[in-house]
Write a protein that binds this ligand. Structure first.
Ligand SMILES: Cc1cc2nc3c(=O)[nH]c(=O)nc-3n(C[C@H](O)[C@H](O)[C@H](O)COP(=O)(O)OP(=O)(O)OC[C@H]3O[C@@H](n4cnc5c(N)ncnc54)[C@H](O)[C@@H]3O)c2cc1C
Ligand code: SF4
Length: 516
């Protein structure tokens, strides 16, 4: 049972007689040390793994609990021989698939299909026109039809349209009040894990938050019950809103539990579809899980984790493909990630606030990831790979199959139009409209905030690559109307901001008094 298949309701474990079944769980300090993971993420994974093993033992399942410092294949190989072979659902993570490939190759490990997914690669293929670009909305319409979720008896989408996205873009002003996150009971297993992580990973980033450590199946049920009653009724309208007063607003915070299968995707979409909540909220949520989450996983699979992209020669051999990180960057962005992403104050209130909350909790919601963290890194020409590695380390819900498509594909436009129509970039006006960040900032979004000139400077630098993109036509037409003097000033501000941020120095308004 890998760390992300912790369910006895799918796969062979759901069908076998517990009294005649055994599982192997492996704790691997080697895996934990692969990148500077947020300490809460390590605690979540380890505590869920240990509690799952105990829950299975209580059902009568025999458990082999191995702690081994090295690749998973090294600890599983002798066990596979001793036990006459092992069976596993196909891992979601490429990194684990690569690790286990030798055991699969010689038959010691038998892979069976992963039953946690909601859609198949055939559905993905038939929803698209063929080769990339691939589009989520076409995929989503098809899987809504195929699944019957939120469809009426005539085969039409409930409410007359597939997406209520356009209605789901309200700022949040404090009413309705944001829900308070649930607190989970402590127990000896959690305490032991917290102690282990605190001592063994003392230099890793992130706070350990015992009260937020959901590690038992009962904890998962409690979070899901909270999400349905407290978040879902207001999920839709405030989906894009951002606030310093609430990290997650009406977002459900279930992503980690979905990815490790404490909560099953099929269950959550069916329960939400049937919930007594506004249609825009139910549809918005179903689109995230049935649409975006599945779409990301297919893009990961079809591109071999962004290594096999159209027009790229790709690594020369399978061994090279296995060990080389994917580094697409169609805009040629290659600057290092500034220290602000690791908590050094930048003076940009939006960025500093979101980074602070991620380093504390290992979480922030979608729009903060897209329109603050990825937007600002993209405007600064930060290497998509470096940004991805940061997301992978600090978010509790980051696993390769989901973090790479979201950052390389969506957040940075690293893979161009492969899966999004245009770069998700904006100036200060967007952040000001959808958040309360600007009110507490030393910059004024309408006067001297550097994010807006950064946006224009980005368009100017990348005009040659973006010129052929129909969705960028309007923005580039506005750019051309900008005076030569303003464009010169935009470029100057980009240089100043870029240098200051790379050096870890705080920005302040005296640096660019006349910016707009
Ligand atoms: C730059 C960037 C990086 C991201 N990195 C990750 C990541 O490492 N791991 C991750 O799970 N999500 C990632 N996302 C997607 C999304 O931000 C998170 O899934 C979501 O914020 C999780 O919080 P939640 O459970 O409160 O989500 P909710 O808003 O409550 O949504 C419900 C569920 O929908 C699913 N979902 C929604 N959007 C996406 C998406 N784009 N891709 C996959 N699943 C989605 C998640 O499972 C989520 O739990 C990223 C998005 C961006 C823009
Ligand atoms: S004024 Fe600019 S830097 Fe400050 S919070 Fe708003 S967008 Fe961010």
């Amino acid at each position: 049972m890998p760390y992300d298949q912790l369910s006895d309701r799918i796969g062979p474990l759901s069908r076998l007689d517990p009294d005649h079944t055994g599982i192997v769980v492996v704790e691997s300090p080697w895996k934990a040390a692969r990148r500077p993971y947020h300490r809460q993420k390590l605690a979540l994974i380890l505590a869920n793994l240990r509690h799952f093993a105990l829950e299975q033992a209580a059902r009568g399942v025999a458990v082999r609990h191995v702690v081994a410092d090295g690749p998973y294949r090294d600890s599983l190989a002798p066990l596979a021989e001793e036990l006459g072979g092992l069976t596993m659902m196909e891992p979601a993570e490429r990194e684990l698939r690569v690790d286990l490939a030798p055991l699969v190759g010689d038959g010691r490990l038998r892979l069976v299909p992963h039953e946690g997914w909601l859609t198949t690669s055939e559905q993905f293929a038939s929803s698209q026109k063929g080769p990339p670009p691939w589009r989520m909305d076409a995929f989503y319409r098809q899987v809504r039809r195929d699944s019957g979720l939120l469809m009426d008896e005539r085969g039409k989408p409930v409410g007359g349209k597939f997406s209520f996205d356009a209605e789901n873009r309200q700022p949040w002003t404090g009413d309705p009040p944001a829900p308070r996150e649930p607190v989970f009971p402590r127990d000896p297993v959690k305490e032991e894990v917290l102690e282990l992580v605190a001592v063994s990973f003392a230099d890793n980033p992130g706070e350990l938050r015992p009260d937020a450590l959901h590690a038992t199946q009962a904890d998962a049920e409690a979070l899901w019950a909270w999400a349905k009653t407290e978040c879902l009724p207001h999920f839709g309208p405030y989906e894009d809103a951002m606030s310093r007063r609430s990290e997650g607003l009406f977002h459900t915070r279930i992503s980690f539990l979905l990815h490790v299968h404490r909560l099953l995707p099929a269950r959550v979409v069916h329960e939400v579809a049937a919930l007594d909540a506004p249609l825009s909220c139910r549809e918005g949520f179903v689109r995230q899980v049935l649409g975006w989450r599945e779409f990301m996983r297919h893009v990961h699979g079809r591109t071999d984790g962004f290594r096999d992209l159209p027009g790229s020669p790709g690594p020369k051999s399978a061994a090279a493909a296995a060990s080389t990180p994917a580094t697409p960057s169609v805009l040629g962005a290659d600057l290092p990630l500034p220290p602000a992403w690791w908590g050094k104050p930048s003076g940009l209130h939006c960025l500093d606030g979101v980074v602070d909350s991620v380093l504390r909790t290992g979480y922030s919601h979608h729009i903060t990831r897209l329109m603050v963290l990825a937007n600002l890194a993209t405007l600064l020409d930060v290497s998509p790979r470096e940004l991805t590695d940061w997301f992978w380390a600090v978010y509790t819900d980051a696993f390769d199959w989901v973090v790479e498509p979201n950052v390389l594909g969506m957040g940075t436009f690293g893979a161009g139009e492969l899966m999004t129509t245009k770069p998700y970039v904006s100036g200060a006006a967007y952040i000001d409209r959808l958040s309360d960040y600007c009110a507490g900032c030393r910059f004024d979004p309408k006067k001297n905030c550097p994010v807006t000139p950064l946006y224009w400077a980005f368009l100017a630098r990348h005009e040659p690559e973006l010129r052929g993109n129909p969705r960028m036509r309007l923005a580039l037409a506005s750019l051309r109307k900008r005076s030569v003097e303003r464009r010169r000033r935009d470029a100057e501000i980009f240089e100043v901001v870029s240098q200051h941020m790379r050096a870890g120095r705080e920005l302040d308004p005296t640096l660019f008094a006349a910016a707009d």
